[in-house]
Design a protein around this ligand. Sequence first.
Ligand code: FUC
Length: 770
Amino acid sequence: MKTICLIAAILLGISCSVQKEDVVMKLWYDQEALTWNEALPVGNGRLGAMVFGGVSQEHIQFNEETLWTGGPHDYAHEGAVEYLEPLRQLLRDGKQDKAHKLAMKEFMSTPLTQKEYQPFGDLYLDFPGHESYTEYHRELDISSSVCRTSYVVNNVHYTRELIASRPSQVIAIRLEADKPGSLSFDLWLDSEHEEHSLETSSGKQILNVAVKDGSLKGTAGIEVKTDGKISSNGDKIQISGAKTATLLLSAATNFVSFKDISGDPTARMEKDLADAYDNSYEKIREEHVADYRKLFERFSLNLGNNGRDSIPTDRRLLKFIDSPDDPSLIALYTQYGRYLMISASRPGTQPSNLQGIWNKDLKPAWGSKYTTNINTEMNYWPAELTNLSECHEPLFKLVEECAETGVRVAREHYGAQGWVLHHNTDLWRGTAPINHSNHGMWVAGSGWLSHHLWEHFLFTRDLEFLSERAYPVMKGAATFYSQYLVEDPATGWLISTPSNSPEIGGLVAGPTMDHQIIRSLFHACIEAASLLEIDTEFAGLLKEQAEKIAPNQIGQYGQLQEWLQDVDDPENKHRHVSHLWGIHPGADINWEASPDLMEAARQSLLFRGDDGTGWSLAWKINFWARLLDGDHAYELIKLQFRPVTANNTSYSGGGGSFPNLFDAHPPFQIDGNFGAPAGIVELLIQSHQSAIELLPALPSALPAGKISGVCARGGFELSFSWEDGILQEVEIYSKAGEDCNLRYGDHEVAFKTEKGKHYQLDANLNIRSL
Ligand code: FUC
């Protein structure tokens, strides 16, 4: 029976204790990495590295997030607007082919493609005489963000530890032998860039690189501190007879902002290196671990442990597919997503691109840029939910910058005010339609990205953020759509045209996803304007228009229609399921407001089938969570853990995980590493309807667990546990003093809270102690 109690705010003085996890927070291996997808990632938000853990030769491939091809550039196509109405007319007349061709000629980005993220360089360490060894072990400890390799040669125990420190802005490597004088090695930097040079002196080497197609240059430097002897031999630094050595690696480019490349990479690199050199490794490490843990330890997840931590991670993954009874791998994977976010996206850095900050290729898949018809957004799904709100910040900055460049595109392409972003952006904040009109001419990128700033507000209730940062961006995006939408002569509805349903069906008038995104943006703007007590007239216009936007429709097969017309192919197994945006990450379609549309969405998802590339699997975990089918979501988790061999880079259609748990699109694409953890957490808690729901879609395979520090809309942080599938107890921390509505099964409670206070409830949602 439903019990709804209204209880006054009461301070209970209970602290949200975060229990120590019964999960070993390590990825570990008993073999060296032979390929990049076996190597282990470290990062400080700006510098990233992949550590192979080789014995006779160590390879550390590194990146600096601002090394891209190209230069400051405005991609708008002057005069494109003249062709807007002709394009609309061609689509009305059913002449899609002609519309594609006309758009390709007159409407697309100048140039047609955007620029690419680049690798920076490679650090090699050669250990002569270490060809045969025993007791090999390498690991990535994600509880402290430390990567280690150890082994024994001739009874000497060697260890290497590597960290990417944000406070010190260097990658630091500590090498140690347990017997004095036993550590000898050569080291050198190298780079794939055609234009690169080295300067070597005793104990220090500088690598200068220049990208081929563009105006960015980079400088990296490595410096050695050791108790052994340092000499140099050509392009190699030699260390001999040491017990310990510390290597400090820094790198920088001339990038200052998307409009300014006047930076001095050498000055920045040398300063970081000199500052780090003045500190001991112990100090650098201590500050790094403290900085990392401040974020990492806010959230914990324990789903039980059946002892598979003792199996190397690559073999553990192989085992999961046949015997998926490994709940601690699911918890580890969830935390790994948070590790990757903390390592790739910090205030002041660039946001995570298609590969986070890790990329080894001069010609990376899809340019390793920012695809905005799912990928960039998915990279940030766990940010608010798993208590990493400030890691969301780089995305907000990107959105604000695109809101600047997108003004010209809105004007030149659509004769509209406001700003628009299509299906991709890059370091230079391109916003015009790229690649091909059959998929790149999709107008909803700006709407979807604006949603992230609104969600940040919903999770934090930070009114200043809403007023200063979110609303201006949202208003600009809404202004564009408000002028861009046109009346469909057949139905009288307002529709988005010309556009795409991402990557399916070519250029069309009225794809469902666009309407869901635009309507949701309009509603958010209306709510924001009312909270901020501004823009009444504008809000009134949006309200009027929102009501006229083409509604979600149920088609002939009981499916949610992907297009204005009922033309969905029930056999279509495409990886994109864009028309389900309204159930996730949107929330307008939900069980409270529109159960019929939820059923239709389920039907669409069943037609699409479970399989897909990495991010597609991850999105489907979230869909099934919102559809409240935890067991179906678990089937998708199994597919997400499907082992993909390390050298599989072919875009084959079936995703999974590489041995280093990187998401396999394939090739590697980091979105799934973020999307799947968000989906896993959505099985345990959801807050997009009228109440925070606890254990809404618990899979039967996860009967017991505890989650701490998870966030919900309304500014709440929760901790709760369950046993035999049944909720045990709940602790809530109110960060904003909002009213709290909580639901578990048939139980529901609503109570007022005070900002900064903790509340404790029992399994029936009774406030436990008054
Ligand atoms: C979209 C997807 C592809 C890939 C690319 C980066 O175009 O359809 O699968 O994820 O982005």
